[in-house]
Design a protein around this ligand. Structure first.
Ligand code: G1P
Length: 289
């Protein structure tokens, strides 16, 4: 039986330059989707998949990310004093229990592979998940939960995949695909951000991974790949053939919240999915357009 996935890594060291000026002093992962920061969406998805330990790969100026999952004494006391129990409950929902949230620093922006490698000591010798908070998935079942269920059956490494238009392959990690079995696709190779003409398929990785700890040995080489960065895709590619490696065509819609338009669209989609807001949002949009 596959070893249980208990830990998740959240690379949150990025500068968020695509969101300036909003991200001049604020971490981009604190941007809200309706009323909840992106990082909380990712943490809740991990929790729903059975994750117990949360590892943030962080950087200078990202303090708010840790504070958000702590207690907020002053706020709690004020809400309590005013009898605002519902709001207090909402604020407390974000807490991560003591000893379950770890932060490690990525001291230089050397790429996603380097960021994940920075978490090697906290992860240790066991399988782990990686969630990129910029990628948000709206669906019936949390994306990582779907992946854990697939992983429990097949073990090895599992990445979430989606088909993209061919002209966009240079934005993603792309699969060289093998046999398909339902939603599972065997991975024969991986290429980071290939030109459309060179892409082995149009099946792209989105920011959800279940990986075996051997990937750290590959990332340890610190080899530069696409864009001069240490790429997670390259480290993962070296595991193919040695361990099972699959892509999962998950159910749900993925939004790229690292991009202004993607983030706006995600806000609308999430608001429309909320029974307490849907009608009002629909009326508002109709009025605007
Ligand atoms: C990263 C990965 C890429 C993946 C993408 C998903 O790229 O390197 O393989 O497809 O996330 O969002 P980035 O968006 O950081 O350029």
């Amino acid at each position: 039986m596959a070893k249980r996935v208990r830990k998740a890594v959240f690379p949150v060291a990025g500068l968020g330059t695509r969101f300036l000026p909003a991200t001049k002093v604020m971490a981009k992962e604190m941007l809200p989707l309706v009323d909840k920061p992106l990082i909380q969406h990712a943490v809740e998805e991990a929790r729903a998949a059975g994750i117990e330990e949360f590892i943030f790969v962080t950087a200078q100026g990202k303090q708010a990310l840790e504070d958000h999952f702590d207690i907020a004494g002053e706020l709690y006391r004020t809400l309590e004093g005013r009898g605002k129990t519902a709001q207090l409950e909402v604020a407390r929902e974000a807490e991560i229990p003591p000893g379950k949230l770890f932060a490690t620093r990525q001291k230089q922006p050397l790429g996603l592979g380097h960021a994940v490698w920075c978490a090697r000591a906290q992860v240790g010798d066991e399988p782990f998940a990686v969630l990129l908070p910029d990628d948000v998935i709206l669906g019936e079942q949390p994306c990582l939960k779907q992946m854990v269920e697939a992983y429990d059956g097949i073990g090895g490494n599992v990445v979430a995949v989606v088909d993209v238009p061919r002209e966009q392959t240079d934005r993603y990690g792309i699969l060289d695909t093998g046999a398909e079995n339902g939603a599972l696709v065997e991975v024969r190779g991986l290429v980071e951000k290939p030109k459309p003409a060179d892409a082995p398929s149009t099946l792209s990785i989105i920011g959800r991974y279940i990986l075996q700890p051997e990937v750290f040995d590959e990332l340890e080489r610190h080899e530069r790949g696409a864009g001069g960065e240490i790429q997670l895709t390259d480290g993962m590619a070296r595991l193919i053939g040695r361990q099972p490696f699959h892509g999962l065509r998950f159910e749900g819609t993925r939004y790229d919240c690292g991009d202004k338009l993607g983030w706006l669209e995600a806000n609308l989609a999430f608001a429309l999915a909320r029974p307490d807001m849907a009608d009002k949002v629909r009326a508002m949009v109709a009025k605007l357009v």
